[in-house]
Structure formats: C-alpha cells, structure tokens
Design a protein around this ligand. Sequence first.
Ligand code: ATP
Length: 514
Amino acid sequence: MAQQDDVFKKIVSHAKEYGFVFPSSEIYDGLSAVYDYGQNGVENKNNIKRYWWDAMTLLHENIVGIDSAIFMHPTIWKASGHVDAFNDPLIDNRDSKKRYRADVLIEDDIAKIDDKIEKEVAKARKRFGDSFDEAMFRQTNERVAKLVEEREALHERFSKAMNDGNLDELRQIIIDREIVCPISGTRNWTEVRQFNLMFKTEMGSTADGAMTVYLRPETAQGIFVNFLNVQKTGRMRIPFGIAQIGKAFRNEIVARQFIFRMREFEQMEMQFFVRPGEELKWFQTWKEFRLKWHKALGLGDEKYRYHDHEKLAHYANAATDIEFQMPFGLKEVEGIHSRTNFDLSQHEKFSGKNIKYFDPELNESYTPYVIETSIGVDRMFLSVLCSSYEEQQLEGGDKRVVLHLPAPLAPVKCAVMPLVKKDGLPEKAREIVGELKFDFSTHYDEKDSIGKRYRRQDAIGTPFCITVDHQTLEDNTVTLRERDSMEQTRVSVDDLHKLIHDRVSINSLLRKLK
Ligand code: ATP
C-alpha cells in the first residue's frame, strides 16, 4: 500500500510538473478540492470528451447532444429530490476538528477486514505453493471464516442503517467498531447529521427580488427538462438519447485523492429514453457498450469491474458502476442506471406540463423510461493518467519517465526536431510542422540534446518524435521514433501523415466499437 501511495504521489507531482493539472488558486495557497487543467491537461481532457461525444453522437443516429445552462429553475432540484435528499451523513472529530463522511469511515473499516482476509489467503498461497486450492481454503480456514462472518454482519448492519437513514445507528457502528480519527487518533465523535451537497447562490440584484439558485450537482436534469424540446424539434422517435458534457458542483464533505473527488468537476451524461418495460434490456445494452468504450482505450481489460448496486436509489430498478483499478483501489468511474420514469414524472408533477410521448407505433402516450450513463471526465482523466505512468529503467543505467497515453488521447501527437540548429535543418523541420499542424497537435523543439528532447516528449506522452537530419535534405526521409518501444525507423516525409493518423485519430478508437 505504501508503495502505491508513493506512486500516486509521483503521478500527482508529475501532473503538475508537466502542465497537466495544477491546484486551483495556488498562489493563494490553493482551494480545497478544486483543480485547474494546464496546457497538456486540457488537450488530454478535450480528447477524452471528443472520444465520448463521438462514440455517443456519431455512432448512434438516435443520440443527439445539448448544452444546457448550469443555472436552472430551483424547483427542478425540488422535483429531482436533490433539495431534500442529496445528503451525505457527516461526523466531526472533536479533537482534530476534522470532518468525515460517516459512511466512508465504516466502508473503510469493512475494507480493512477485506484486507485481512486477502492477507490470510496470500500467506496460505505462499505456504502451499502450486498445490494451493484457494476456493477450498476460503471455505474451510477457520480464521478466514470468522473474518467473513464479521464482515457480513457489519455490512448488513451498515446497509440497513443507510437504507433507513438511521444516523444514530451509523454513529453507534462507529463507536462499536472503535473507529478512530486518523488525525487525532481519538474516538471523540460528534453526532452524525445530514449535509446537503448542493452549492447555493442568489440570482437577482435586489434583496427582495433575489432567488436562491443552485449550482447543478449533475448535468442530467438539464436533459430531462429539455426532453420535449429535443424530441419535438429533432422529431426523435423512441428509443433515443440525449447527451451532454458539462460542469457539475458538489460540496463534498471529504474531498480526497486528487481529482478523484472534487467540488467542481465535469460529467459526460447520456439519458436514453425507452418504452416502459424495455428498460432492462436497454440497461444491459448500455452496460456492455460502455465497458467496450473503456476497454477500447487499451489500458488493460483486467483493470475494470462491474459493481452492481445492491442498494438501489428509490427511483432506480437497476444500477451498476464501472470500476477501475486506481493506485488507491478499485473505484467508480462511471455509473449506469435504470432510472424508470421517475425524473420525467416528477417534472410533469412539479411543472404542471404534460411531458408524455406519443408512440405512433403503439398508438398510445406514455412517460418514457430512462437509462442513464454517467461518467466523470476528471475520473476518466485520472484513470488514463495513472495507468499510463511508468518509470522505466533503460539499458545502460539510464532512466525515463514515460506516459503510455492512448495515442488518440495524447495532448501532443508528434514533435519535430532538427538534429542540429544549423545547415537548414530547422527550416526543413518547420516546413514539416507547417504541414502536420493542420491535422495534429505538433511541437517544434530544437533545444538541448536529442536525448533530452525525447525524454521531454516521453514525459507528456507524445506518441511520435520526428527527427530531421542531414540525410533529410538529400532524400526527404526522417527518423520516426515511437514512444513506447523507442524504436526508430526511417520513413519518407510524404508518408508521415498517414503513419501518424492511423495511430492517433479518435476514429481509430471509434472503429473498435463497431
Ligand atoms: P461517488 O459515490 O464516488 O460519490 P456518485 O455515485 O455520487 O459517486 P454519480 O452521482 O453517479 O456519482 O455521478 C456520476 C459520475 O460523476 C461518477 O461516476 C464520477 O465519475 C463522477 N463524479 C461524481 N462526483 C464526483 C466528484 N466529486 N468529483 C469528480 N467526479 C465525480
């Protein structure tokens, strides 16, 4: 674990050092859980968004996009349930004055028992070697059985308390389990209370006329309230989807793990409207398609897992998370939810408007059911960054830090470098940049030794380096160096465009989704 913490720290400082992610307001000592994207980060993030947007809207003729405002009528949040129920249970430690989510403290405690179980299994595996029968061991080992029993009991008690919204019971679990504050080490806890995660502000200039509005905690509601607008103006027929990318805001109690949990973040959400009764079929379809989208990036199929929800939100009839192996554990990057007709019905009720769809094939009107796919851009960015980072020991004692970013997501696609700063090589290199820059984000670099220049590009994940030397002037060929293998090949300048395009285009990813 300590080793993984170390790697994660290195990734965070690498992200800053190479212009991917900066703490917000840094010269004023930062603002907790808010981050800015730098010159490389923004390109990487834009590429992630482009990949998602195209996968939704280009590949599906029945999905269109919108861009709704962040401010919306406050009644929307009443209708959606966010005013009354978008809460987290909060608890303070009186000695450290630190604030925690009660549910997270208990979840961490459950994870500790899981760790203990896994350690027992790992020890036994080492002891028994090849003859180890893991399933048998898990069933029969007394210590493991006891731990499993302890875990199940705790999990059941915790789930019940969460389902019942029983805050006293949550506190009692923390007391009974002797959970201590990681900062003060004490068990001097306050009561548990509900904390609403929405940010509020005022709209309007006069005190009397001012209205409380919220910064949206999800982009989905902007889609629901535009359902009829899009359906009618786009003459959409069910099933169809509406996609949106945009900022969302949550006043998270404990924001940790860098950009994993932020107070201002970005979501990519798609609401797919279907006939009542067909939602579970579509839920399955979207569940599969979304995992395929992730896997096409080539970060490693084994790093993903579905986590089906046992506890469903009151409006959902199926839900799953796509989890990804981060350095700090398997974590949710995307949620896929079958939201029934809850949202549209609620908006119908609160607005008094008819939000039904007339189905010409069935010759009847109904409130459509909805499958939602909801993914955080920043969490996606983090998963890409973490799985791309490598410190490589090279032959001859050299070291390099390389980001094996999926080429279509890399902020810079190619860097063109004259071997020396004279003899017409810079001019030739500039000429090549002049051609490539129309299609690819291209760097020109002539400073330092060629080795150092390669390292700089490796560190930001540039898939290709193109070196112009004296031979280039004679036969119009260059050295094309590939980031991951560091292999260098001599290619004609005329072939560069195609060679690069085949590897770096978003299109090459989209084709894997067929
Ligand atoms: P969590 O349980 O981690 O708080 P959630 O289940 O509340 O997440 P959803 O409401 O389903 O998350 O939001 C959909 C997606 O938005 C999440 O899968 C995640 O990628 C992203 N997301 C949610 N909250 C944050 C946040 N505070 N910072 C960054 N991304 C977030």
